[in-house]
Ligand binder design. Structure first.
Ligand code: NAD
Length: 384
């Protein structure tokens, strides 16, 4: 059975789906691994490193895609420079494992179903204890939370820690983190390590203890509705609750030197947490890093992929932050996809077992059908 690692063609994607260390483990299991020439270059893994690990390097991209039994990628498939869609290159009944964004771009699921591809979407791995080693959303969100703080610190015209010097005392920076999921918690930990005073807010009350255990203050809002959906994710809240949370967070935004927003609701546009009016109240020189920029932004002033200065406040809307740390991002992602593959391979052959809840949840297309109800609904909404 051939496992293939494609070279990413998305312009700002520096990650690679397998690193040499994980290739070596698969080869040891008796599996054949093929790596597209240059696939690991942007993450500092050379073709020679992969060859040493036991992979075969393939220069012809079309050949790699068309011969793969399992094709591994990071970003969703795209159209290549020669005009051919990558999905069209896949062998019918082969397996594709990648981030696919099937709720945001359900058309991709239709295209995969049309090609009879068994596609597993890394976004659809359940957030269960057993699936933890496969949870690429978490591994990558953690990198994003860490990097967001470093970006904010570099843009802030101030120190982070409190300093007592002969020339006077410097007050510590005040950091306000909105959304205390995986990225938010890592952002709290990183800002604390740099010496900032940190506050955090989330509509899920369950995160209060985690926030406090990291040394941050939890900003609590009591809402009269359920804020947690199945799987522990946040729900979209009512207009009234949105108004109440905005009123509560306004004073914390105003007093912060840095605001880092990470709030998301799966399959929906990111909730608007920081309005233009709130930004107008912030001190000049303050910084906002909006990790939800690609999902429409938590801040009303954010422009995805841009750093803008609005009323003296720097607003940064980074895209694909994990890709800016490609060595560790690829290392963690490689572990995630390799763990998932172990559920699909029995005696060196493919065995798709929908009795396994992880395979069942992550598999978005199989046998010409879209298997996920939410993706089907998203596709219908696009078609209307
Ligand atoms: P996410 O990226 O979907 O959202 C980030 C955070 O934004 C969440 O904490 C969410 O509650 C918050 N948020 C959403 N709307 C908001 C609003 N209007 N105001 C303020 N905050 C808002 O979340 P995630 O980091 O992917 O984690 C989602 C859930 O999955 C969490 O409960 C997490 O604990 C859980 N999880 C479980 C596992 C596991 O058990 N293996 C692994 C990872 C995450």
């Amino acid at each position: 059975m051939k496992i293939a690692v494609a070279k990413e063609i998305e312009i700002c994607e520096r990650r690679v789906a397998l690193i040499p260390e994980t290739v070596a483990k698969l080869v040891k299991q008796g599996l054949e691994v093929f790596v597209e020439a240059g696939a690991g270059e942007k993450a500092f893994f050379s073709d020679a490193d992969y060859e040493t690990a036991g992979a075969k390097i393939i220069s012809d991209s079309a050949q790699l895609w068309s011969e793969a039994d399992i094709l591994l990628k990071v970003s969703p498939p795209q159209t290549r420079e020669d005009g051919r869609a990558e999905i069209e290159l896949l062998k019918p009944e082969s397996v594709l494992i990648s981030f696919l964004n099937p709720l945001g771009n359900p058309v991709i699921a239709q295209q995969l179903a049309n090609r009879q591809i068994t596609a597993l979407s890394m976004e659809l791995i359940p957030r269960s204890t057993r699936a933890q080693s496969m949870d690429a959303l978490s591994s990558q969100a953690s990198l994003a939370g860490y990097k967001a703080v470093l970006i904010a610190a570099a843009a802030l015209p101030k120190y982070f820690p409190m300093l007592t010097t002969a020339a006077g005392t410097i007050a510590p920076a005040k950091v306000f983190i909105m959304g205390a999921g995986v990225a938010g918690l890592q952002a709290i930990a990183t800002a604390r390590r740099l010496g900032a005073v940190v506050e955090a807010f989330d509509i899920r009350p369950a995160v209060k203890e985690e926030v406090q255990s990291l040394g941050a203050k939890f900003v609590e809002v009591k809402l009269e509705e359920e804020t947690v959906a199945a799987g522990g994710y946040a729900k979209e809240i009512s207009e009234d609750s949105k108004k109440r949370t905005q009123e509560l967070v306004a004073s914390h935004v105003k007093n912060a030197d840095i605001v880092i927003t990470t709030a998301q609701v799966p399959g929906r546009q990111a909730p608007r947490l920081v309005t233009e009016e709130m930004v107008a109240q912030m001190k000049p020189g303050s910084v906002i890093v909006d990790l939800a920029a690609e999902q429409g932004g938590n801040c009303g002033c954010t422009e995805a992929g841009k750093d803008i200065i609005w009323n003296g406040v720097t607003i940064i809307g980074p895209i694909n932050l994990p890709s800016s740390m490609p060595v560790h991002a690829s290392q963690l992602y490689a572990k995630n996809v390799t763990s998932l593959m172990q559920l699909l391979i029995k005696d060196k052959a493919l065995e798709i077992n929908f009795g396994d809840d992880i395979v069942d949840a992550a598999c978005v297309t199989h046998g010409g059908e879209i298997r996920n109800q939410r993706v089907k609904e998203a596709l219908q909404a696009v078609a209307v």
